[in-house]
Design a protein around this ligand. Structure first.
Ligand SMILES: C[S@@+](CC[C@H](N)C(=O)[O-])C[C@H]1O[C@@H](n2cnc3c(N)ncnc32)[C@H](O)[C@@H]1O
Length: 258
C-alpha cells in the first residue's frame, strides 16, 4: 500500500495551488454548525492549509491540527505570517496517525478519502483518534459527475481532468462514501448530504481556468486526444464565455463514533 498516492510523482506546487481558494465556509459549510468553541479538530490531508486555517475562528478555546505526509505542504502551510495561534501543521499519514486513541472532537477530511489507496483503512484510523461521541466529517467529489457548459468545451476539459487523476482516485468518491462508513464498526451516520461546486461567476471562471492552465503547463502527462495548446485554448475560451459553467457533485457525511 502506498501512503502518498495523490502526489505519487513528487510534490507539485501547481497542483496544491489549485486547492488554495478553499475555506471552511466554501467547502465545509455542511458541518460548521456542529463545531463548538473548545473543540480539538484534526484536518486530515490539509494540503495548502487554507481550510484548516479558516476553521480557527470557530474554535477560539480549542485547536486544529492539519496533517499531510508531504513535507513541502507542511512547510508551505506553516510559513503563513498570519498563522492563527490555535492552528498547527504536522507531517503524518492518515494510515498511521501519531495521536492517542480518543483525542479529537472532530476528524475532518476534504477531498482526501477519494484519492487514497485504502480508504477503509484510513476511516478506521481516523475513527481510532476520535473521542467516543466525536464526529467524522468527510466530503468527496464524484469525478464522474463533472459537467461543463457550453458542451463544445466539455471533451477537451474532461479529457484533461481525467488525465490528471491518479490511478487511485475513485470516479465514485461521493456515492461510495456511505458504503465505506457501513463497512466500519464504530460509526453511526448522523447526516448525509450532497452539494455541488458551481463555477459560474466571471472571476471564478477566470481563477479556475488560470489555475488549471498552470497545472497543465507543469504536468508531465502525455496528451494524445487533444494537444496542450487545444486544452489551454478551451480553458481560455470557456473562461471568457459568460454563459459558461462547471459543476461537480460532492457527497458529505457526518458520522458519530459509538
Ligand atoms: C485533493 S488534496 C485536498 C487538500 C485539502 N484537504 C483541500 O481540500 O484543500 C488531497 C490531499 O490529500 C493528501 N494525502 C495524500 N495521501 C495522504 C495520506 N496518506 N495521509 C494524509 N493525507 C494524504 C495529499 O497530499 C493532498 O494534499
Amino acid at each position: 500500500m502506498t501512503d502518498q498516492t495523490y502526489y505519487a510523482n513528487g510534490f507539485d506546487e501547481s497542483i496544491s495551488q489549485t486547492h488554495s481558494w478553499r475555506t471552511a465556509e466554501n467547502c465545509a459549510e455542511y458541518m460548521l454548525k456542529y463545531v463548538k468553541h473548545n473543540y480539538k479538530i484534526l484536518d486530515v490531508g490539509s494540503g495548502p492549509g487554507t481550510i484548516t486555517k479558516s476553521f480557527a475562528k470557530y474554535i477560539p478555546d480549542g485547536y486544529i491540527i492539519g496533517i499531510e505526509p508531504t513535507a513541502e505542504l507542511i512547510e508551505e502551510a506553516s510559513k503563513d505570517p498570519n498563522l492563527p495561534y490555535n492552528v498547527r501543521f504536522e507531517k503524518a499519514s492518515v494510515f498511521n496517525l501519531p495521536y492517542s486513541d480518543n483525542s479529537f472532537d472532530i476528524v475532518h477530511a476534504h477531498q482526501v478519502i477519494v484519492h487514497l489507496s485504502d480508504p477503509l483503512k484510513a476511516l478506521n484510523e481516523m475513527t481510532r483518534v476520535l473521542k467516543p461521541g466525536g464526529l467524522l466529517c468527510i466530503k468527496d467529489a464524484e469525478m464522474d459527475s463533472t459537467t461543463v457548459f457550453p458542451k463544445k468545451f466539455e471533451p477537451q476539459l474532461l479529457y484533461f481532468m481525467n488525465l490528471m487523476r491518479s490511478k487511485f482516485t475513485s470516479s465514485v468518491g461521493a456515492s461510495r462514501q456511505k458504503s465505506l462508513i457501513l463497512q466500519t464498526s464504530l460509526l453511526d451516520i448522523v447526516r448525509h448530504t450532497a452539494s455541488s461546486w458551481c463555477i459560474s461567476e466571471d472571476k471564478e471562471r477566470l481563477l479556475f481556468a488560470n489555475m488549471f492552465i498552470k497545472r497543465l503547463e507543469a504536468s508531465k502527462v502525455n496528451y494524445i486526444s487533444f494537444t496542450r495548446e487545444k486544452i489551454t485554448q478551451a480553458w481560455i475560451d470557456w473562461s471568457q464565455d459568460e454563459s459558461a459553467v462547471f459543476f461537480i457533485l460532492n457527497g458529505e457525511i457526518i458520522a458519530k463514533k459509538i
